[in-house]
Design a protein around this ligand. Structure first.
Ligand SMILES: Nc1ncnc2c1ncn2[C@@H]1O[C@H](COP(=O)(O)OP(=O)(O)OP(=O)(O)O)[C@@H](O)[C@H]1O
Ligand SMILES: [Mg+2]
Length: 487
């Protein structure tokens, strides 16, 4: 039996008389026309765009639905000028349909369907978009689920905006040491301008705290404070993270594009944490934004301008990084307009007691415990520690001590058991002694001699206090004095 291979309609295999090719062609035309008109009728809106994504046809309902006066005014217009969220251009450019999607227009959500239109040779010549009936029963669950997700998204965005508000002010930086007061005074001055600020300091010294405080003291306080930890982001994603992506720059979840940190921080402050870890390609791009105040989102060639104050922080020695060729000098000088250095805790020991009070208060509140205090011996033991992790380390030590403590007062044992014995500041050996091989016993007694002399000096010669400060009993203090011939 013969089959017609040229058409989409297959003649019946037996029985009725066979159709002629002309009849088949006619039938196909009628079928596709009627499909289109019926679709257009049940649709709230239907439109066709050409190869350049200009509107060339709309069904009668659509202009009314869009609140347009007449159809003539939209013909020939780029589709996005009438429907800002339209994805028709993507369909024309990719040649791929978007079978079911939700499009927002004037605060309403519509289920839409978009198909490419091809000529006889298969080339894309435009696309047809169909907006399905708003009250179509079958689609109601889909739309309401979408709306629920939307509400959740709006909620999350609000919470995020809340989190983006910088919490700390200059008054939350505890400390009255000279070094601390000086840094606060400089920060207050820096807050009056929009110049970039570079914060240096060891880990845990409060660099992020200071960055938030500067933001809150500036006229940008009611705008976002956005923090980016450069060390935590893979190099390949940094550019998208900073500058954002345009719709279609990536497939999948990012189809609609993503806001970059410069966009999110616009009008406010962008905190670049661990700037010393920024790869050099990104350094060049950041420098451009700092110089021009403009950048391009990934996949776009449109320049966006930004008014963002940059506060950068690093625990690395940027000058050394620069000397090694790992940090661009031009970026360094651009960031270095104002440099603030957070002093390490060991250089502001006069703040230790106040810091402990403050941290114990906040920690016991957070841990839902009764307030705790620190006795003199415990404080003296904390004073001896070298604090390489600075205030964060102090916070951790106090938190662990609180967990172990059964009474309302943290004593020597509570803190001594947590502090590493080796981390007590090791006195430097005299230059000459360091040159020659020494016996361990000699090294230990030399260190003990120095520690005891220093403690006695600090306590004005009071032996009981010096013993407490060193965390040893009075009897063993006297024994040591004798054996080291210091008495
Ligand atoms: N002067 C201070 N008063 C009260 N709390 C402080 C002070 N400085 C730091 N802290 C607290 O210590 C912790 C560490 O501070 P922060 O994260 O700002 O340090 P950092 O220098 O950014 O550290 P890192 O280099 O590790 O990122 C935080 O919990 C912060 O609230
Ligand atoms: Mg930090």
């Amino acid at each position: 039996m013969k089959q017609d291979q040229n058409s989409g309609v297959t003649p019946p295999t037996s029985g009725a008389s066979q159709l002629l090719p002309a009849e088949i062609e006619h039938l196909n035309k009628v079928a596709s026309h009627s499909l289109l008109t019926q679709f257009a009728e049940v649709c709230e809106g239907a439109l066709i765009v050409d190869r350049q994504s200009r509107i060339v046809w709309m069904n009668e309902k659509y202009p009314k639905r869009l609140g347009l006066k007449d159809l003539a005014s939209v013909l020939g217009q780029p589709v996005e000028s009438i429907l800002p969220n339209s994805q028709m251009r993507e369909v024309v450019e990719s040649g791929r349909p978007i079978m079911l999607d939700i499009m927002e227009f004037h605060h309403a959500a519509f289920v839409v369907l978009r198909l490419p239109l091809r000529d006889a040779t298969g080339s894309v010549i435009g696309a047809i978009g169909l907006m399905l009936l708003e009250d179509a029963k079958g689609l109601a669950p889909l739309v309401s689920r979408y709306q629920a997700i939307h509400r959740e998204l709006a909620d999350t965005r609000n919470k995020l905006a809340e989190a983006r508000r910088a919490k700390h002010t200059l008054s939350s930086i505890v400390g009255t040491s000279e070094a601390c007061l000086l840094v606060k005074a400089h920060a207050r001055r820096a807050a009056r301008t929009s110049a970039p600020v570079l914060i240096q300091g060891e880990t845990g010294t409060g660099k992020e705290l200071l960055a938030q405080a500067i933001h809150n003291a500036s006229f940008r306080a009611d705008k976002p404070f956005v923090a980016v930890n450069i060390a935590a982001i893979p190099e390949a994603l940094l550019e998208a993270e900073f500058f954002g992506t345009t719709p279609g720059a990536f497939t999948g979840a990012d189809r609609r594009g993503r806001e970059g940190k410069f966009e999110l921080a616009n009008g406010g402050t962008l905190f670049l944490d661990e700037i010393g870890d920024m790869p050099s390609a990104m350094q060049a791009k950041l420098l451009r934004v700092l110089q021009e105040g403009e950048y391009e989102a990934l996949g776009s060639n449109k320049l966006r301008s930004t008014d963002t104050r940059i506060v950068a922080a690093t625990s690395r020695d940027l000058q050394a990084e620069m000397a090694q060729g790992r940090f661009r000098p031009d970026l360094y000088y651009r960031l270095n307009v104002v440099t603030l250095t957070m002093p390490p805790l060991r250089e502001r020991m006069e703040d230790l007691a106040t810091l402990c009070d403050y941290l114990l208060d906040t920690l016991s509140q957070r841990m839902r415990m009764a307030p705790h205090e620190l006795d003199a011996a415990a404080l003296a033991r904390l004073r001896q520690h070298h604090w390489p992790g600075n205030i964060r380390e102090l916070q951790n030590v106090l938190e662990r001590a609180l967990m172990m403590c059964d009474t309302g007062v943290l004593g020597l044992d509570d803190v001594a058991s947590i502090l590493p014995a080796v981390a007590v500041a090791a006195p430097a050996l005299p230059e000459a002694a360091a040159q020659q091989p020494l016996r361990l016993a000699d090294i230990i007694s030399s260190a003990e001699r120095q520690a005891i002399s220093a403690a006695l000096k600090a306590c004005g010669g009071n032996k009981a206090q010096a013993a407490t400060r060193l965390g040893i009993s009075r009897t063993s203090f006297y024994e040591k004095l004798a054996s080291l011939q210091l008495a």
